[in-house]
Write a protein that binds this ligand. Structure first.
Ligand SMILES: [Zn+2]
Length: 367
């Protein structure tokens, strides 16, 4: 596949178990892959997973999964309050957990991970980013499955009851009748900036109420709700910076402020001190990792999709850069579960190859 100018835009090499090498060249039309090609890639993933799962060794791995807001059902998906792209419903979450438990995976907490997982097992860690109140809808499902979850909180949004800027951007784009491409371009521009600058522009363009949440779907927890939620034995909290700061856009001093500020806020609101961090949008560097370790964080997760092989090297920078899969609601959940277990997905490889540049392959909402 070539673009009009014959320009070569992306290359991925995927290693599969019996030493075949599958060379995949996907040429991208501008910044967006045609939906038909995405469909073909996903179909190829299903075939790869079906071929490889019977022969690969699934034991000895920790698979981490990233979710954001949790939709209650069709009504939420059609509400246009937040981008339905990820669109994971409570029912999908239940099927996701069931799939992994049926395959002998044990859902673990961050405490289990930091205590050291026995290296021969199959483990899954369920994470929710940002601090959406709608994550409380997961509790009945988690309780029924006895599955713990880790909530990475952007504490400024909780303390100030502030909507997340990417949801505001989505609504503004809808209101103006903007295209998907316009939204994507705007999002990519924002991801190169500091949160306070983005919010200032939104307030100027959309009025002083721009950052007021619309409903239970887009609002963050309140401090009191977060305290209750964190008191549940299946829930633990992690650091997602104070302002959902994409840390590579900040100075070294500001990075420390963002990480330490979130630690202080979570301790103040819940009495709990996080030991792990999810870097907003997955952006980190050696300096950022060092700053996180310096303030006492022992585990870090990004948005690169891959299995984490055991044993994890705890108390090393490697443990500060664990991989996470993102599942999407607009395609079959079971097929995505199988592709993650196989650790062999063209779709995920492509996402990893162009994680920041291609919004069709990167969820519109920042992690
Ligand atoms: Zn996030």
């Amino acid at each position: 596949v070539f673009d009009d100018a014959g320009k070569h835009l992306c290359n991925s090499v995927v290693q599969i178990p019996n030493d075949w090498k599958l060379y995949v060249t996907i040429l991208i039309d501008g910044m967006a892959i045609h939906p038909r090609i995405v469909q073909l890639i996903l179909k190829a993933d299903q075939i790869l997973a079906a071929c490889s799962l019977p022969v690969i060794r699934e034991d000895g791995a920790l698979l981490i999964f990233l979710f954001h807001s949790l939709f209650s059902g069709r009504e939420d998906l059609q509400s246009q309050v937040i981008d339905p792209e990820q669109g994971i419903t409570v029912e999908m979450l239940r099927r996701f957990i069931g799939h992994f438990q049926d395959q002998g995976y044990r859902f673990v907490s961050s405490r289990d991970v930091l205590a050291g997982l026995p290296p021969r097992g199959r483990y899954a860690l369920l994470t929710f980013d940002d601090g959406y109140y709608s994550n409380s809808r997961a509790l009945p499902v988690l309780e029924a499955a006895d599955a713990p979850a880790l909530l990475y909180v952007s504490t400024g949004n909780v303390k100030h009851g502030k909507a997340f800027w990417w949801d505001v951007l989505y609504r503004e784009n809808q209101r103006r009748g903007g295209t998907r491409k316009q939204l994507r371009d705007q999002l990519l521009r924002c991801k190169r900036r500091k949160t306070s600058d983005i919010e200032m522009d939104l307030l100027r363009d959309a009025g002083p109420a721009a950052l007021h949440p619309c409903s239970d779907l887009d609002r963050p927890f309140t401090a009191a709700e977060l305290k209750d939620f964190a008191a549940h034995p299946l829930i633990s909290l992690g650091n997602h910076t104070r302002d959902h700061a994409i840390l590579t856009n900040y100075s070294a001093a500001e990075v420390r402020e963002q990480l330490q500020g979130a630690q202080d806020d979570i301790r103040e609101m819940t009495g709990f001190t996080p030991e792990s961090v999810a870097y907003p949008n997955g952006n980190q560097s050696a300096e950022i990792v060092r700053a996180a370790i310096d303030i006492g964080l022992r585990m870090g997760v990004g948005v690169q999709s891959s299995r984490n092989h055991l044993p994890l090297q705890l108390d090393s920078p490697k443990a500060m850069n664990l991989k996470r899969f993102t599942l999407l609601g607009d395609r079959p959940i079971e097929a995505q579960c199988r592709a993650s277990r196989a650790g062999l997905s063209l779709y995920q490889a492509l996402r990893n190859a162009k994680p920041r540049a291609n919004a069709e392959l990167t969820p519109i909402s920042p992690a």
